[in-house]
Design a protein around this ligand. Structure first.
Ligand SMILES: [Ca+2]
Ligand SMILES: [Ca+2]
Ligand SMILES: [Ca+2]
Length: 833
């Protein structure tokens, strides 16, 4: 009987394939190809065999790979034929590198508390991949640095920063990168960098000093090597690797991986609340995320911190169950009755949150960091200074060159078979290096985004007239100084700055470029000052590599920025709309630019309409239609011409019938320009939207739309929040203002995984600390950045790393997203006023 009990005790912790087809025991999830490598940005550090260890995804990338420390653009295997066999407790998949016609099969089997990972080959490793093909598993540096590890009993510590040994090898020995791209500039040496292992052995024990992270890996057939991927790329992970043997078939490699499980471990509750705080009168509901093994408590309390520094309990209330949502169980704690201004915290059992404020003014500053800091720092073609610090010098003084025809670009663009301009391949297109905003964590000008950004600024300006002036912007000096008022509202200067680049594109190229971006991949992933991304000199093919011309005016460095100029009439149409709006806003401030914008608006509208009439309907037709509806509205507002009014009406109602959630905001934007009948006709759609809002309460415990894609749903969230604000403004009897607080709560801390504010530095007590900005290598942030949010990993895991900035799907801020936040924040402030 004792033996039987002992057996049950052990088997109770054994890994088993669960209903969602991954290996599970309390505290340990091993995913085998639940998430596969996708072609978009190649190795996104989000796929393969993954380990979620006591609630944190600490390992991923388990697969056959072709280098010691794979980078983002290294080849990834296509994964197919995934099979789950419960009887044998096994998940297996076929992996294939088409470039090398190299196939393998990886089999993952649960064996007690361990998984055995085996690699099978039907054909031996191709000769060219001998010594390169290996099995890799990557561990998250921020979860391991500072912790100990043992290799065959030798003690070491994971390095906080990469300091190690590497060698160089001839480029001919390097495995191909994706589409033949090259991620590093070899400075003419013809050699690539190959990191050497930190340790080698057969038994590898990670973090015995931290039971939540302890993992043991043993290999019977081949050495285990530990590499530091940060040697080649700041977003690299610690890589454990074994080479596959040459000339062998069948089962060629076996690892046993044993993640430690803490007995009776239960994840700590995540108490979600607004880090920005609450207004006295508003509804206040904390959403508490609980481990499924956790038993919800009956009550929670609110403590008030007095002026003497002592805390006293001022409220105690019931915990209400919401139910299960993916991996966790959710309960709610309503403390709306607490209304007195003050400093508070929530006490739930033994867990106490950081403090937050209740005060009338808590939302007053929610957009200031974005408008005063993040946006000016992302002004391209300017020198940006802040007090003692230079954020960046003036980038791209050498301008932009014509992208050659048939260029496939790594940032998801391409130049078609012709240039569609008067410029020859690689010829300088003078005058494009003016105005515009950096796209995101990179330094290109995405024309589509920049168009929506100017539109967002104009919306903000026209609806809310922010007179805020905290930034000095001088286009002649090409100089921006933060915290230095210059007498002009910053919003007008932002509209001007965006318009300057887009008008230049229209005037000089004749239509809108797709993007102004890097010619080579080895400076696309640039981290640091944008002004040092290129050498400031145009590339001169008559010079030798890295040679500088005698007159100092050109160089042999192929680091130029290119204009991708294939004409897209749909983009031109959007630009026409934006130019009309910008022209309105700039009138009286910069009349010359206002007139030029209007001229381009009229010309592009005419040309693009003619071009679009000759085009077949594309597959994204309904998306197009939504954009077109907005375009017709903007044109009507700008010109007052009946034809646009009619087109708008003609397109709007069917679009609303197809997808009210997506189109309603545009319809609401039209109300001030339409008659009473229009508003009445729109009413049933607002009622339908109200049903959608109510439905969200049942969909998830936060009552907001939560995106489940590869990029967390920040955009959908902001669109929802803004739509609710405007719906509430025009139809307060249908959509009460209280619904707008849901988006604010979610952004500022009431969301899955952790309770940090998703807006950098906004949220007085605990904003997120790291973001995927252009300063991400410093594990830092740019104030006012809005993270895409909580990323969903199949099949049931939400996450947002706050110690590792490098996953863009959860931590990057974009100029489009952050200016949408400006509108949401302004609309929200205006509504609650
Ligand atoms: Ca970009
Ligand atoms: Ca200003
Ligand atoms: Ca150059």
């Amino acid at each position: 009987m004792l033996l039987l009990l002992a057996f049950n005790y052990v088997s109770g912790q054994d890994l088993k394939i669960n209903a969602l087809e991954y290996f599970e025991t309390q505290g340990v999830n091993v995913l085998a190809y639940s998430n596969i490598f996708n072609g978009g940005f190649n190795d996104e550090k989000n796929a393969g065999i993954e380990l979620i260890h006591h609630g944190v995804r600490t390992a991923q990338g388990g697969a056959v790979r072709l280098s010691n420390t794979p980078e983002q653009w290294d080849l990834v295997p296509a994964i197919s034929n995934r099979k789950v066999d419960r009887a044998s407790n096994t998940i297996e998949a076929d992996l294939r590198y088409a470039d090398y016609n190299f196939a393998s099969r990886v089999v993952v089997s649960a064996k007690g508390k361990s998984v055995e990972i085996s690699v099978y080959l039907d054909q031996p490793v191709p000769k060219t991949l001998e010594g390169k093909a290996g099995f890799n598993l990557e561990f998250l540096p921020s979860q391991y640095w500072g912790k100990a590890y043992l290799m065959d009993g030798r003690h070491n510590r994971f390095p906080r920063y990469v300091v190690g040994n590497s060698i160089t090898k001839p480029n001919s020995e390097k495995a191909r990168q994706y589409k033949g791209y090259v991620t590093s500039d070899d400075r003419g040496t013809g050699k690539f960098i190959d990191p050497l292992p930190l340790e080698t052995g057969r038994t590898f024990l990670l973090a015995p000093d931290e039971p939540t992270r302890m993992v043991k890996i043993t290999s019977s057939d081949a050495d285990l090597m530990l590499f530091d991927g940060r040697m080649l790329a700041q977003n690299g992970w610690f890589v454990v690797r074994s080479l596959l043997p040459a000339g062998k078939t069948g089962k060629v490699l076996t690892w046993t991986v044993t993640p430690n499980t803490i007995k009776d471990w239960v994840r700590e509750p995540n108490i979600g609340f607004s880090q920005v705080g609450y207004m006295p009168s508003q509804q206040k509901v904390a959403v508490i995320e609980l481990d499924k093994k956790d038993k919800a408590l009956a009550k929670a309390s609110i403590f008030k911190v007095g002026d003497d520094g002592n805390a006293t309990k001022v409220f105690s209330g019931k915990i209400n169950s919401w139910g299960n949502y993916y991996k966790y169980n959710y309960v709610k704690f309503d403390f709306t009755p607490v209304k007195t201004p003050g400093i508070y915290y929530i006490q739930y059992g033994n867990f106490k949150t950081n403090n937050f404020l209740i005060e009338k003014n808590v939302y007053d500053k929610i957009t200031d960091a974005t408008s005063d800091i993040w946006i000016p720092i992302h002004m391209n073609h300017m020198f940006v200074n802040e007090a003692y610090r230079v954020w960046h010098g003036e980038p791209f003084k050498e301008g932009y060159r014509q992208a050659p025809p048939n260029t496939d670009h790594f940032d998801l663009h391409d130049q078609g078979p012709t240039t569609d301009t008067n410029y020859k391949a690689l010829e300088l297109i003078p005058g494009l290096n003016v105005g515009g905003f950096f796209d995101a964590g990179d330094f290109d000008i995405e024309t589509g985004s920049n168009i929506s950004v100017v539109q967002n600024f104009v919306h903000t300006w026209e609806y809310f007239k922010p007179m805020r002036d905290q930034t000095f912007v001088d286009q002649k000096q090409r100089y921006v100084d933060l915290h230095r008022p210059d007498g002009t509202p910053d919003m007008l200067q932002f509209i001007e700055h965006g318009t300057l680049n887009l008008v230049a594109q229209a005037e000089i190229i004749g239509h809108m470029a797709q993007t102004l971006s890097n010619a080579v991949l080895d400076n696309y992933h640039h981290l640091g000052d944008a002004a040092s991304l290129t050498d400031g000199l145009p590339y001169n093919p008559t010079l030798g590599p890295y040679e500088k011309a005698a007159d100092g005016k050109s160089s042999g460095v192929k680091d130029d920025m290119w204009a991708f100029t294939s004409r897209d009439p749909g983009l031109d149409l959007q630009a026409a709309t934006m130019f009309a709006a910008a022209s309105r806003a700039l009138k009286g401030y910069n009349d010359d630019l206002s007139a030029r914008a209007l001229q381009q608006s009229k010309r592009l509208l005419q040309e693009s309409t003619a071009l679009l009439a000759n085009q077949p309907q594309d597959t994204m037709a309904w998306m197009r239609t939504s954009a077109d509806v907005a375009t017709q509205l903007q044109l009507y507002i700008s010109t007052n011409e009946q034809q646009y009014y009619e087109k708008f009406q003609e397109m709007l109602w069917p679009a609303l019938d197809r997808n009210v959630n997506f189109v309603l905001l545009t319809a609401l934007n039209a109300i001030p320009h339409m008659d009473a009948a229009y508003k009445e006709k729109l009413r049933p759609y607002v009622l339908k939207y109200r049903e959608y809002i109510d439905g969200l309460e049942k969909d998830n415990p936060y009552g907001v739309p939560i995106g489940l894609g590869n990029w967390a749903g920040g955009g959908i969230m902001l669109n929802f929040g803004t739509t609710v604000c405007f719906a509430s403004k025009f139809y307060p009897d249908i959509v009460e203002a209280t619904h707008a607080f849901k988006t604010a709560n979610y952004l500022y801390g009431c969301h899955p995984y952790h309770n940090y504010s998703l807006v950098a530095t906004v949220g007085a007590t605990r904003p997120k600390a790291v973001f995927y900005g252009n300063n991400r290598a410093d594990f830092s942030f740019i104030p006012g950045n809005v993270a895409p949010g909580i990323l969903f990993r199949k099949p049931d895991h939400f996450e947002n790393y706050d110690d590792w900035p490098f996953l863009w799907g959860q931590n990057e801020g974009t100029i489009g997203g952050n200016t949408s936040y400006l509108i949401f924040g302004s609309a929200f402030k205006s509504l609650i006023k």
